[in-house]
Write a protein that binds this ligand. Structure first.
Ligand code: FES
Length: 150
């Protein structure tokens, strides 16, 4: 089995996984970073979103080899103590219902706001469009992204 060197949340990690193992399962099963969730496994729901060099990506749809040499950030590494502005806004607005999709939502929102710190309402909706929430907490999600942008 090949060994991959990954940089995850600022730390170097070595993992032995088959070539086709999705990054999602490397993070969850090999590195115990279970904040990244499995929803669909086919890049459709956004539950597995992490940052790769600052960009929001679907970790179910890429392999460890594709992430080698890049900086991976998971929800566990977004801030030391859950105090990233997006996380603070999430708490202020009390966004989650069941909570399952929320780490993916936060990772998408935080990457988006890094690139567009003062988005319009339509830009927020467009940016968050691909992250599915079965509890339909969308209005609170949009409000929290807007709050974090201020
Ligand atoms: Fe990756 Fe749904 S689990 S997009």
């Amino acid at each position: 089995m090949p060994t991959y060197q990954l940089k995850v949340n600022g730390e170097s990690k070595s993992v032995d996984v088959s070539e086709d193992t999705p990054l999602l399962w490397v993070l969850r099963d090999h590195l115990d970073l279970v904040g990244t969730k499995y929803g669909c496994g086919i890049a459709q729901c956004g539950a597995c979103t992490v940052h790769l060099d600052g960009n929001a990506v679907r970790s179910c749809a890429m392999t460890a080899s594709q992430a080698e040499g890049k900086s991976i950030t998971t929800i566990e590494g977004l801030s030391e103590d859950g105090s990233h502005p997006v996380q603070e806004a999430w708490k202020e607005i009390d966004v989650p219902q069941c909570g399952y999709c929320q780490s993916g939502q936060i990772m998408t929102a935080s990457a988006f706001l890094e690139k567009n710190p003062t988005p319009s309402e339509n830009e927020i909706k467009s940016a968050m469009h691909g992250n599915i929430c079965r509890c339909a907490s969308y209005n609170r999600i949009y409000k929290a992204v807007e709050t974090a942008s201020k």
